[in-house]
Design a protein around this ligand. Structure first.
Ligand code: AMP
Length: 293
């Protein structure tokens, strides 16, 4: 991949990267379209497909995360992607060479990570929300994205607003560590009923799919509340969101936060322009969403 990327660089071909974990859906494909628009028809669009073990916690869904490379390749071909980069664990993390697919975070305890010991860690923006609920998650994300940037050498990389905190952290990493990559953040693609597209939506069987719309309902409720009263206490709104979410029999709020979109700093009062993010367990499935109020 790096050889090809260097070839493109020398030939003056603009390269756009869309990092994914595969099991592609229309949200991912919208990022591909965006990458194509930025690099032009003579540019190269690369989609990486890699379920990165270092961003999953030991109790998370790494091993059962949906994978369907054959279908993904077909979708990428149809979307005009030039190269799909789908490395193996062994290529990305030599420590996993014995074929054990368990997350590295689990294996750290047994001292298995002998051939991989360098991580990229963002220390401020990753403290709250996803970072608080999923320790070591963002360390895995920044590390794998840094590796992908070195492998693909993209001029531009496209991320989804769906993972708002992740996109903000990547932008910070790129600025802090002088990566010569332009980061584009593309809007969240939703189902008709507001549910944000996600590979994990496949887990939502039976009534869970209906219950999953509660994240979008919570966002709408916050918007309506803030509109009615111009400014509104974040604490009160958090309590109202919790109540709304937990009206659904299988839904449990993990967190809801109201914050400044650039700094991710929590706000005491919600007004127009405040960003909202929430994580909800619907059955066993953990879903996230966010929006500008
Ligand atoms: P994932 O495969 O879930 O790691 O996501 C890969 C990229 O696609 C990330 O930048 C996500 O933010 C983005 N993405 C995921 N779901 C959506 C969506 N519904 N709309 C737009 N982008 C998305």
């Amino acid at each position: 991949m790096q050889k090809l990327a260097l070839h493109w660089k020398h030939a003056g071909t603009r390269t756009g990267l869309v990092p994914t974990m595969g099991c592609l859906h229309a949200g991912h494909l919208s990022l591909v379209q965006r990458a194509r628009r930025v690099v032009g028809k003579n540019g190269a669009v690369v989609v990486s497909i890699y379920v990165n073990p270092t961003q999953f916690g030991p109790a998370e869904d790494f091993s059962k995360y949906p994978r369907d490379l054959k279908r993904d390749l077909k979708l990428c071909r149809g979307a005009g992607v030039d190269v799909v980069f789908a490395p193996t664990d062994r290529e990305m993390y030599p420590a996993l060479e014995c074929g054990d697919m368990s997350p590295l975070s689990k294996r750290r305890h047994v001292g298995a990570v002998q051939h991989f010991s360098t991580y990229v860690v963002e220390e401020k923006l990753s403290q709250r929300m996803e970072g608080a609920s999923r320790p070591a998650h963002f360390r895995g994300v920044t590390t794998v994205v840094a590796k992908l940037f070195h492998l693909v050498l993209p001029d531009v990389a496209v991320f989804g607003q769906k993972d708002f905190q992740q996109a903000t952290i990547i932008q910070r990493m790129v600025a802090d560590l002088n990566f010569p990559v332009k980061i584009v953040v593309a809007p969240t693609v939703r189902e008709r009923d507001g549910l944000a597209l996600s590979s994990r939506n496949q887990y939502l069987t039976g009534d869970l799919r209906r219950q999953a719309t509660v994240l979008w309902c919570a966002i709408q409720m916050a918007r309506v509340t803030a509109k009615k009263s111009k400014t509104f206490s974040a604490l009160q709104l958090k309590a109202a969101v919790k109540k709304l979410v937990e009206c659904e029999p299988d839904a449990k709020l993990d967190y809801v936060e109201f914050f400044e979109p650039e700094t991710l700093a929590p706000v005491a009062n919600v007004t127009r322009g405040t960003q909202m993010a929430l994580a909800v367990f619907v059955g066993q499935t953990r879903l996230i969403d966010n929006a500008r109020i």
